[in-house]
Design a protein. Structure first.
Length: 369
């Protein structure tokens, strides 16, 4: 089995193109994942690896992924890598296939974090590294993936998808997308799933030939020879290093999850405390509102009483005003009568004076005169 060294030829591609590339590499070797018969984690591991590749395909196509599903898939994908590395007798092809799916999921996680990151260039670098690891792991699981991965890379570079570190244009990573079939006929350079172009016996003959060619390629991919005996030490050391890395990632994931749970519990307690305070404030405000409503009713009653008193006072004022007016008119009438009496009195006084003068004239003369 060949050992592949990572390169930076993927860094020229936008992030969605890198995710599509990693998903196709992992999809080509996912069927090589094998565990001993009746293994309790076989179904869950296979499901998680398929989910990891599916999330990468969805993200590459421009769709949103769920953060909770991403975390659950990551946990079981790590489990698949650990289980495949610890089985006895060892199955390197299964371990590399699981590592390809895990690296693909790491690329999805890094791309997911680019959206809300303050330094997206760093997470974009993580996407490129994870995609390269997914390719290298897939090639280590099956050396025939190398040429097909190279063809995918060349096609992606020729497409106007954008530039690194942007997300770029969405791309369909499936066999019916822009990149075509996952497995191709290496002898003639054509797709193994090409349909016959003529009907009848000739068409069926070509269809059978294409189908048998596809089966030969896939069987050859799945049944390629294991490394020679003198390479087992090197392969074992590489598997141990991979196992340690996976164990470190698992511990880091558990630590991050524990920190997240602790933070979530702290936030929940803080939220409950705030809710309790808000409930107390609401009860206080409700009581105050009731008191204000009672006081408002009392003030409204007082206002009604004041309005009644004001109306009574206004009525009495109008009555007094009318009485004052009548009194003034009576006073004026009395004044006029007094003037008339005074005039009559003056007239009588004048007549008395005239009578006195006349009396003096008519009286006998005094003795001196």
């Amino acid at each position: 089995m060949i050992a592949v060294t990572s390169s930076n030829d993927l860094k020229d591609l936008p992030l969605l193109a890198q995710l599509a590339f990693a998903a196709r590499c992992a999809r080509r070797v996912v069927n090589l994942f094998r565990l001993p018969p009746n293994h309790s984690d076989m179904a869950a591991c296979c499901k998680s690896m398929g989910a990891a590749i599916r999330l990468a395909e969805l993200f590459a196509a421009g769709n949103d992924v769920d953060a909770d599903e991403l975390a659950t898939t990551e946990e079981w994908t790590v489990r698949a890598v650990v289980v495949a590395s610890e089985i006895c007798p060892p199955n390197e092809r299964a371990a590399y296939a699981a590592n390809a799916a895990y690296a693909t999921l790491c690329a999805v996680k890094a791309a997911f974090e680019v959206k809300g990151c303050q330094s997206p260039a760093d997470d974009a670098e993580r996407v490129a590294r994870a995609a390269a690891i997914a390719r290298d792991s897939a090639i280590s699981a099956d050396e025939h993936v190398e040429r097909m991965a190279r063809l995918d890379c060349e096609m992606l570079h020729r497409m106007p998808l954008g530039h690194f570190p942007d997300f770029g244009e969405p791309i369909d990573a499936g066999e019916h997308g822009q990149l075509g079939a996952l497995f191709q006929d290496l002898s003639r350079g054509t797709r193994c799933d090409t349909q016959p172009t003529s009907g009848g016996v000739e068409g069926r003959r070509r269809s059978k030939s294409a189908a048998s060619g596809r089966r030969r390629i896939r069987n050859h991919t799945e049944l390629s020879a294991l490394p020679p005996a003198n390479a087992w030490d090197e392969q074992a050391a590489e598997i141990d290093a991979l196992r340690q890395q996976i164990e470190a990632d698992r511990l880091q994931f558990q630590a991050d999850r524990a920190a997240f749970d602790a933070e979530r519990q702290a936030l929940q307690k803080q939220l409950e405390c705030q809710i309790s305070k808000l409930e107390q404030q609401r009860a206080t405000y409700t009581k105050q509102a009731e008191q204000l409503a009672t006081e408002r009713e009392a003030l409204n009653a007082e206002a009604r009483d004041i309005d009644e008193i004001r109306q009574t006072v206004e009525t009495e004022r109008q009555t007094l005003k009318a009485a004052s007016k009548a009194l003034h008119e009576a006073s004026l009438a009395i004044g006029d009568e007094r003037l008339e009496i005074q005039a009559a009195f003056d007239s009588l006084e004048d007549e008395r004076c005239e009578l006195l003068e006349l009396r003096l004239l008519l009286s006998p003369a005094s003795p001196q005169s």
